[in-house]
Design a protein around this ligand. Structure first.
Ligand SMILES: Nc1ncnc2c1ncn2[C@@H]1O[C@H](COP(=O)(O)OP(=O)(O)O)[C@@H](O)[C@H]1O
Ligand SMILES: [Mg+2]
Length: 454
């Protein structure tokens, strides 16, 4: 069964409903107000007429020498006004055509009365006839209120017909406007449905407007751009990563095949095993880096932050690299002015420095130099790893921190292109940053900034 709760209605109907309800309240209040004003004015005016009629009758009596029993020319007063003249004892004298019920009302004081006779309302006004301050008789004037009742009834009918009509027209207009305003949203929904079926290249491309819907559409498109780019990157990464793993595996397979294809000498087996061993070490390295990256993406890497003495960590790492550097005839020097303490995960921090120093050695030719320094600046420790190596061209600069990006595969055969992206992730994770300055053929300078433990 369909649920007909208001909150389940389409927005366009909701808006229209609210709008119509508000209009209904306003119209009703407004109409009541108008009705009251008009009925007030009509009643006020009839009272005014009645009093001026009474004055007219009085002035005729006055001009006739206060003879209340004379014949008043009937036509001189408003034909809608009926009157009767009483003597001081309340006996009716001359009268116009007037209902006996009105004549029979008691007389004796100045007053304004409303009476209902045969369902018709009358207004009755009594006023004394004064001669030198003495009451010598009474004038009673009366008017039927039928025309006011009729006029007000007509007004009521008009109001009762016009309110629903206004409501109907306003709702129609409101629905039309709501429909127009909400149309782009329907379009957005439809497009989003299509996109969710798998076509990420679709865009709304609505005409740019500064209204709410226009901004929504632009934001939606921008979000899709980012989403598409990141998914593309993700797919590229997956395919590059498998490709990366395939190379050592094909080497291993080839070696094994060759070794098994006939009788070989012990020396040849040994050579084959050495190659297999090296290649599997390479694979191991790649896989552990990939694992680190995927854990960093998932956010499942378990950290262990502790307060570390940067100089000591760096000294150990430099010592580890000393042998390789000597083999390549590269001088490594490490300088630090002060003791620097930071809060960090030791494994990750070590990985960060190893990746940078490993690159510096790899991309520096024989006889080159690597200078490492640690300093303090404001609330940061600045770690600089500078080499006199082959440098990085301006075109490559924007990409070197990308996953699997390698400037030249042939010049870094041991690498995977993951080192710098991991290093950057570690720096970011520690609320620091990793930057590079480099010039082709004259060396590179990697700068790490990490917040001090204060
Ligand atoms: N110190 C450096 N000197 C020159 N080029 C560098 C240096 N460090 C990194 N690069 C360039 O940046 C690329 C990406 O580095 P990295 O992510 O560590 O991958 P790789 O596994 O190739 O070392 C490298 O292929 C290399 O061309
Ligand atoms: Mg590297």
């Amino acid at each position: 069964m369909k649920n007909l709760k208001i909150r389940n209605l389409k927005i366009r109907y909701k808006i229209t409903l609210w709008y119509a309800s508000l209009l209904l309240i306003l119209l009703v209040v407004f109409n009541i107000f108008i009705y009251m004003i008009i009925s007030g004015i009509l009643n006020q005016s009839v009272k005014g007429f009645l009093k001026s009629d009474a004055r007219q009758v009085f002035s005729i009596i006055q001009s006739e020498g206060y003879n209340v029993h004379f014949d008043i020319p009937y036509k001189i007063i408003d034909t809608n006004t009926y009157f009767v003249i009483f003597d001081v004892n309340g006996n009716a004298g001359f009268k116009s055509k007037i209902l006996p019920e009105i004549v029979n009302l008691p007389v004796g004081q100045e007053q304004l009365r409303y009476v209902s006779i045969n369902k018709v309302k009358w207004i009755v006004y009594d006023t004394p006839v004064l001669n030198n301050g003495n009451v010598i008789g009474w004038i009673r004037v009366s008017r039927s209120l039928q025309y006011i009742t009729d006029a007000l009834l007509n007004l009521k009918i008009i109001m009762f017909i016009s309110v629903p009509l206004y409501m109907f027209l306003a709702s129609l207009g409101g629905l039309f406007l709501a429909n127009r305003a909400l149309k782009p949203i329907d379009y957005i929904t439809k497009t989003a449905q299509e996109i969710s079926k798998g076509d990420l290249s679709q865009r709304l491309k609505l005409n740019k407007t500064e209204d709410e819907v226009g901004r929504l559409a632009v934001t939606f498109d921008e979000m899709l751009d980012k989403l598409e780019a990141s998914i593309k990157k993700e797919r590229q990464f997956a395919s590059d990563a498998s490709h990366e793993l395939r190379t050592p595996i094909s080497v291993i397979t080839a070696q094994a095949e060759q070794a098994l294809s006939g009788k070989r000498k012990v020396k040849e087996y040994k050579e084959a095993f050495e190659i297999v061993y090296n290649e599997s070490k390479k694979m191991n390295h790649i896989i552990s880096q990939l694992l680190m990256i995927s854990r960093s993406d998932e956010g499942t890497y378990s950290f262990n932050f502790e307060i570390l003495e940067l100089n000591m960590i760096m000294e150990d790492i430099v010592k580890e690299f000393q042998n390789i550097a000597i083999q390549k005839d590269i001088q490594i020097s490490f300088k630090s002015e002060t003791a620097v303490k930071i809060k960090a995960d030791q494994t990750l921090l070590t990985r960060l420095f190893i990746n940078l120093i490993d690159n510096a050695i790899k991309y520096t030719n024989k006889g080159g130099k690597i200078n490492i320094s640690i300093n303090k600046e404001n609330n940061y420790s600045i770690i600089i790893i500078e080499d006199t190596g082959i440098g990085i061209s301006e075109e490559d600069m924007p990409y070197i921190f990308d996953r699997l990006y390698q400037v030249d595969k042939s010049r870094s055969d041991r690498g995977t292109g993951l080192g710098l992206s991991i290093a950057k992730w570690i720096a970011d994770l520690h609320k620091g940053e990793l930057k590079v300055e480099s010039k082709l053929n004259s060396g590179s300078k990697f700068i790490v900034r990490l917040p001090l433990n204060t």
